[in-house]
Design a protein around this ligand. Structure first.
Ligand SMILES: Nc1ncnc2c1ncn2[C@@H]1O[C@H](COP(=O)(O)OP(=O)(O)OP(=O)(O)O)[C@@H](O)[C@H]1O
Ligand SMILES: [Mg+2]
Length: 344
């Protein structure tokens, strides 16, 4: 249920994927924000191109919806190379990669999304490919087993992950460079929205209206673009195509999104801790049971943003609300003890 919500940073339906695809920046200069990262990637691309070498293997990590897949495509385009896209869970056996690797041309990009979900058997198979552009395939089994070595052309592996901590260290160490994507500022999100407006043919959106969407987008371009489409539809059907801050407020209030970008699930999570457990600390499992929600869902889709905006503290004895969260909910703030700041 929670994964279908409007504010989820995860991609939604296949239709949405397609809509996002159309909004994806194609070139480095269209890639908004992430200034330091863009600078470092541009240097790496320019250096590799001047030597006519493939770029070093790149690991991109950061929360969902911040533009890792987009960046992989941009890098391939700037390198003038082709990109082959696959993902960790799609690769069950090492040999699943053989034909993809063999089809790669010199300097091409192999993009592996969710690389932290690569099975161990595939991981070990990827090492020689990354290091020596060699593929070791075992044929036959038992006494007749032998290893055949195949070559592939020098290529660039781009791995993307939301959970860099889950990557094995041998795999992590084989990447020449690692880039971390940051949440976007409101101003950057507004710039992304302006660009999306022109691609979506939304002409009447004024700047304050876009800022208002940006403020509710949780620092995430995927959410910003999704809210923009909702407001556009609302404006079209209910507001005579006007697109002002008031229209944004009405459209998003209807969706249950508040001025901080919190939705009903976030609020009921906060209210549960605030009202039922006197602001905490309380264990995640207990909160989940009270809400009749899955603890993993709460941890993955609700807590990260609440932690980021300083509404939630993870203490040794469980989750606790901060003063800011209580003020936002309009409930009295209670400190039960002093371990609020002992985050882990
Ligand atoms: N820097 C950017 N400038 C403009 N638009 C962006 C930028 N980054 C992302 N977007 C937009 O956000 C959408 C989501 O980005 P993308 O699919 O690359 O995220 P992701 O990090 O790969 O997410 P996931 O972890 O879920 O795979 C894109 O379709 C694109 O429209
Ligand atoms: Mg992606």
């Amino acid at each position: 249920m929670a994964t279908e919500r409007l504010l989820s940073p995860q991609p939604g339906t296949p239709d949405e994927d397609e809509a996002n695809y159309a909004l994806r920046p194609g070139r480095m200069e269209e890639y908004i924000g992430q200034r330091d990262l863009v600078e470092r990637v541009s240097i790496a691309v320019a250096a590799a191109r001047s030597r006519s070498d493939p770029m070093e293997h790149v690991l991109l990590h950061g929360p969902p919806g911040l533009g890792k897949t987009t960046l992989a495509h941009v890098i391939a385009r700037e390198m003038n190379s082709r990109i082959t896209v696959t993902s960790g869970p799609a690769l069950a056996r090492g040999t699943d990669l053989v034909s993809a690797l063999q089809r790669l041309g010199h300097g091409d990009v192999l993009f592996i999304d969710e690389i932290h979900r690569l099975p161990v058997a595939v991981e070990e198979f990827v090492y020689p490919a990354m290091e020596d552009f060699r593929i070791d395939v075992t044929v036959d089994s038992g006494l007749n087993a032998r290893t055949i070595q195949l070559r592939c052309k020098p290529f660039t592996l781009i791995g993307a992950t939301t959970r860099a901590g889950l990557l094995s260290s041998p795999l992590r160490s084989r990447f020449g460079q690692t880039f971390h994507l940051q949440y976007y500022t409101v101003a950057e999100l507004a710039t992304i929205l302006r660009r999306s407006c022109s691609l979506l043919n939304v002409r009447d959106a004024d700047e304050p209206a876009l800022l208002r969407i940006a403020e509710r987008s949780r620092g995430t371009p995927r959410i910003a673009n999704r809210l923009l489409r909702r407001v556009r539809d609302f404006s079209h059907v209910r507001a005579g195509n006007t697109f002002t801050p008031a229209v944004v407020d009405d459209a998003l209030a209807l969706e249950g999104v508040d001025p901080l970008g919190l939705d009903e699930l976030d609020r009921s999570y906060l209210r549960t801790i605030g009202n039922v457990y006197a602001c905490g600390p309380v264990g995640l499992e207990t909160v989940a049971a009270t809400m009749n929600e899955d603890a993993g869902t709460l941890e993955d889709v609700v807590e990260p943003y609440l932690l980021q905006i300083g509404f939630l503290a993870r203490t040794r004895r469980g989750r606790a609300l901060t003063r800011a969260a209580c003020e936002h909910l309009g409930i009295p703030f209670k400190t039960s003890d002093s371990d609020e700041s002992s985050l882990f």
